[in-house]
Structures are given as structure tokens and as C-alpha cells.
Write a protein that binds this ligand. Structure first.
Ligand SMILES: [Zn+2]
Length: 379
């Protein structure tokens, strides 16, 4: 009988997940086995946890049981026979998009958009466990100076970097509106700041998270709930009457998309990141896009490995401090508390980090205390 490990498993096609002792993953010849030091809860995990219509359709009951999670940092403890570049002892994170090297998009350098691309923790077992297995091709070797509680966040931080910089990286000296107050919007504020965006407007609903946005570097914090305020006029007023150069829509809501398009100046870039609950929306197509000469960009994933490279440099240089976005840290066993915190309204959480090994949690708590921070969940 093989060794067993703790894992958070989706067992049944209904809301919730369970902590179980399961067999250690068997690695394929092209895979490595990672001992998880930190892992973090993503919106995708919350969808699967809730077993919402998207996850029912995407994962399907017949693929259960499945281990949740995909954001991770840990150490390689075993490698398959065909693994050539990653070694035992390497400190790694995982690109979530398991790309197929022969997809047309991959051949064109758009690895994250391939037709046969699979997603970690969605199409296969994930990282909410003591160990997990990943193909060598999606391993990213981390800089040792980045502690596990930050290294696990490089995957969503990569989304923020891609959303902020877009395809042309042309942001320095420009104005940007970020609509949303979830963790990626908060990360994006910090990235925008580091990248030379000179006016950062954050539009959100949660007082708690907007305060984090301020600490990440937002110049203007705007309440999306107020009915008596014309947010579009406000942005125009502070941008010389033109509107913002760049708008990042991170909510997928009718209001966010509609206002976001109106806040954009003629010839600006509108980045579509938030997933709408209903794909069919009402927008002013003629004035908002065509006559405006707007550039529209959808963001799905990260540029492999361009954003990983930038994320590593942002973090290891100390230029970007993401610690304010970590609101909770728990032992893996306390995953229920983590999901509860991420679902609670009004929103008082951003990133929630889980630790399968108790000593890693303790070390992370000590590092956060050194920064004068005490994420909730500490015993
Ligand atoms: Zn994620």
C-alpha cells in the first residue's frame, strides 16, 4: 500500500468539499511531484465548491472525486523518467493552463489560448493537498527570495499583470480605471502603480477591500453603489474631459461594463476580464466601440511565461508588495473557514492562503507579523 496524504476533495455533485486521506498521486513520465508549501483559494475553486452551473457543465459529476485548487508553491520531491529540466529540490509554482504544444495558438506564441489546453484543478486533480503532480512543461522555478505565501499568488498576480499591461505594454504615464474590488483588481492596482500608470481610479463596492486598494496605490477610490454620483462625469473631470486611457472591467456586471465603456476616452483600451453571469449584455456598440475607435481586449489566463517572468521580477525586487491583499491564512484542514470567508458578504476578504504543513503556516505568520500584518485565521 502506497503513502497517503490529506487533500480537499470534491466528492459529490453538490455544494461543499471534504477533507480526505487519499493516495499520493502517481506521476506520469513527463510529470513532477510537488510537496505543497502554500496554496490559495481562487474564484474558480469557489465556483467548484458551490457546484454552480458552470462547474456542473465543465467538470461533470462523472469526473468526481477531484481535488480542488491550482494556485501553488512547493518543492519538487520526485520527477518522472522523461523529465529533463526540473530537478528534485527545485522550488516551483504551476502555470494553470496545461498547454498543448502543437495547438495553432501555441505555435503562434499564444500558449494560453490553445484548443486542447487543459486547466489544473478543473480538468484534473489540483493542489489543495500535501502533494500534487504536474507536467514539467508548466513548472515555473521560483526565486527563493519569494516566500510561499507570495509565490502561490503569482498565478492570479499574472492575470493582473497581463490585464494591466495588455498586448502592447503601453501604460506608463497614462490613466487607468479598474472596476472591481476582488483580489485581481487589488493586485492590478499595485501592478499599475509599479508600471508607471499615473492616475489610478478604483471603482468598487466593499469598503474593506477598497481600503486595501488604497494601500496598493489607488489615487481615487469610487463607490459603485452610490446612486447620487455620476461616476462617468467624475472620471472625465479628472482626465481633462477626455475619459481614461485604459479601463479594466473586472466584475462582468452590466453596470461595470456599461460605465466602463463610457469612462473610456476615444482611442483607448477596454480590457474585458470579469466573467458575466449572462453572456448577452446591452452595450452602446456604435458610440462605445465603433465611433470611439476603442481597442477591446479579452483576458483569459496569462502570457506563458512572459507574465511569470515579470511577476517574479516585481516580487523579488521588492518593487511590488502584495502583502495587503492576503487577508486570511489557514491550515489546509481549515479550508471550510477559508471558503466561508471568501463567500461572506459584504466582502471582507481578498486572498486566502492555505498551508498543508503546520510549520509553513507558522513561518508565514511570522513573516507577515514582521511586516506589521496579521491576516485572519491565525490561532
Ligand atoms: Zn486562480
Amino acid at each position: 500500500m502506497g503513502r497517503r496524504m490529506k487533500a480537499v476533495v470534491k466528492l459529490k455533485p453538490s455544494p461543499g468539499a471534504e477533507l480526505r486521506l487519499v493516495d499520493l498521486p502517481q506521476i506520469e513520465p513527463d510529470e513532477v511531484l510537488v510537496r505543497v508549501e502554500a496554496t490559495s483559494i481562487c474564484g474558480t475553486d469557489v465556483h467548484i465548491y458551490n457546484w454552480d452551473p458552470w462547474s456542473q457543465e465543465r467538470i461533470r459529476a462523472r469526473n468526481l472525486p477531484q481535488i480542488l485548487g491550482h494556485e501553488v508553491a512547493g518543492e519538487v520531491v520526485d520527477v518522472g523518467k522523461q523529465v529533463r529540466y526540473i530537478k528534485v529540490g527545485d522550488y516551483v509554482s504551476a502555470e494553470t493552463h496545461i498547454y498543448h504544444p502543437r495547438d495553432l495558438q501555441a505555435l503562434l506564441g499564444q500558449f494560453h489560448l490553445g484548443e486542447r489546453m487543459k486547466i489544473l484543478g478543473v480538468d484534473c486533480d489540483g493542489a489543495f493537498a500535501e502533494y500534487f503532480a504536474i507536467p514539467e512543461t508548466i513548472c515555473w522555478v521560483n526565486d527563493r527570495s519569494i516566500p510561499p505565501e507570495f509565490a502561490t499568488l503569482q498565478e492570479p498576480l499574472g492575470n493582473a499583470v497581463y490585464a494591466v499591461l495588455g498586448e502592447d505594454n503601453d501604460v506608463a504615464g497614462k490613466s487607468m480605471v479598474l472596476i472591481g474590488d476582488g483580489p485581481i483588481a487589488l493586485f492590478a492596482v499595485g501592478v499599475a502603480r509599479c508600471s508607471g500608470v499615473t492616475q489610478i481610479f478604483l471603482v468598487g463596492m466593499s469598503k474593506h477591500n477598497m481600503e486595501i486598494g488604497r494601500r496598493m496605490g489607488a489615487d481615487f477610490v469610487i463607490d459603485a453603489k452610490r446612486k447620487d454620483e455620476d461616476r462617468v462625469a467624475y472620471i472625465r473631470e479628472y482626465t481633462g474631459g477626455y475619459g481614461a486611457d485604459i479601463v479594466l472591467e473586472m466584475t462582468g456586471s452590466q453596470q461595470g461594463i456599461e460605465e466602463g465603456i463610457q469612462m473610456l476616452r476615444r482611442g483607448g483600451r477596454f480590457t474585458a476580464f470579469g466573467i458575466a453571469t449572462q453572456s448577452t449584455l446591452q452595450i452602446d456598440y456604435n458610440n462605445g466601440i465603433v465611433f470611439k475607435g476603442a481597442q477591446i481586449q479579452g483576458i483569459s489566463g496569462r502570457k506563458i511565461f512572459d507574465t511569470w517572468y515579470r511577476v517574479r521580477n516585481f516580487l523579488s525586487s521588492g518593487r511590488l508588495d502584495i502583502s495587503p491583499v492576503i487577508t486570511h491564512m489557514f491550515a489546509l484542514e481549515d479550508y471550510e473557514k477559508g471558503f466561508k470567508a471568501s463567500l461572506a458578504l459584504p466582502r471582507r476578504s481578498a486572498k486566502i492562503v492555505l498551508f498543508p504543513q503546520e510549520e509553513e503556516l507558522k513561518k508565514a505568520q511570522a513573516r507577515m507579523a514582521e511586516r506589521g500584518l496579521a491576516p485572519k485565521g491565525a490561532k
